[in-house]
Design a protein around this ligand. Structure first.
Ligand code: XIL
Length: 341
């Protein structure tokens, strides 16, 4: 096989998340890899409400327009991410304390953004991360001011603004049984009320030694029983330890000298490369097994250098979560994924 997209062409789409350097084609190596390997794109940040809608009634469409045009020009399946999310919200929205103003913002935002790109965005993450770990609805500004009906309204406004886009609920950790039950309830309620929802996005920010194939398989089966497609929307595998308790500054202090927090700063040992290859191989074997239920597998970034996992949950680390290294060369994990086809 010569590329990820051609290898998995009969099965599901293979996507990547684009940052501004890719959208504005400032990085030739990266843009070559994108066009060669992927047939779907997601916007890492430029379509989020904070960046695109910085002030009441003022939009900043430049980067988003370029993103959508890039997808069209290169005939890539183009994802919109995301219409309603508690994070990366404009400041003027974070300060709101009346239901009416928040509802008006949400409606206008969805109509304006989804409406502008109607017919050009193939799939929208309408709602992102609306659940707590225990499966209850996240106590976000949306839930607090609008009550749980905001969910149904968001999907209805999105369907009106762009009747042809596939509409998704997107979240992390919904493969875990407790949180999964919350996602199932959310999807079921929309379905029962006749509201359009086409798919569920499992983000897929996972760890190297996480044993979660069984949870993932059960989720694929349970979600698809509800009559929705399953997408893996933000796949990456952190090779670094994830501190359980993040005490902000405490954890960040002197981290780069702490070998526990950043053990592979200089290079990745062969043993870890191997573990990463096996981890990706296991995931893709599972995805292939259920290819009829899966619409898309998208990596959260093109290469290790771009990954948000160098900055999260701790700043300034050196992580190796993707299939291409910092020079845009395919890593052993890339070949382990290709070889299963
Ligand atoms: C991340 C981006 O990758 C970062 O650049 C940004 O600073 C924060 O957001 N879940 C999501 C994505 O739905 O939008 C997040 O993207 C990663 C977690």
């Amino acid at each position: 096989q010569t590329s990820l997209k051609s290898a998995f062409e009969p099965d599901f789409l293979i996507g990547t998340a684009l940052g501004t350097e890719h959208i504005f084609e400032r990085n030739e190596k990266a843009n070559t890899v994108i066009k060669r390997e992927f047939n779907a794109i997601s916007p890492e940040n430029v379509l989020k409400s904070g960046p695109i809608h910085p002030e009441m009634g003022r939009y900043n469409f430049e980067a988003a327009d370029r993103y959508v045009a890039y997808g069209q020009k290169n005939q890539l399946y183009t994802v919109g991410h995301t219409l309603v999310w508690h994070s990366q919200l404009p400041r003027f929205v974070q300060r709101m304390n009346h239901a009416d103003s928040l509802r008006k913002f949400m409606k206008e935002h969805i109509q304006t953004v989804a409406g502008r790109y109607a017919g050009k965005i193939d799939s929208w993450d309408v709602l992102n991360e609306a659940l707590h770990e225990d499966g209850t609805l996240r106590n976000s500004i949306f839930l607090k001011l609008l009550g749980e009906d905001y969910i149904q309204q968001a999907f209805q406004w999105a369907a009106e603004a762009d009747p042809h886009a596939a509409l998704y609920y997107n979240d992390y950790g919904i493969e875990r049984p407790e949180k999964r039950q919350g996602a199932i309830a959310l999807i079921k309620k929309l379905k029962d009320n006749g509201v359009k929802i086409d798919g569920v996005g499992i983000q897929g920010h996972w760890g190297l030694h996480q044993q979660n194939l069984k949870d993932i398989e059960e989720s694929i089966l349970e979600f698809s029983k509800l009559g929705v497609k399953v997408a893996f929307t933000e796949l990456d595998i952190s090779v670094l330890p994830s501190p359980q308790k993040l005490n902000g500054a405490d954890v960040n202090q002197n981290f780069s000298e702490d070998p526990h927090l950043n053990p592979y700063q200089k290079s990745l040992p062969d043993s870890v490369q191997q573990a990463l290859s096996l981890r990706y191989e296991g995931l893709f074997r599972l995805f292939l097994k259920h290819k009829d239920k899966i619409s898309r597998v998208t990596f959260w970034g093109v290469n290790d250098g771009q990954s948000w996992l160098n900055e999260w949950p701790i700043k300034n680390r050196t992580n190796y979560p993707l299939l291409f290294d910092r020079d845009y060369n395919p890593k052993p994990a890339y070949y382990s994924v290709l070889k299963i086809k």
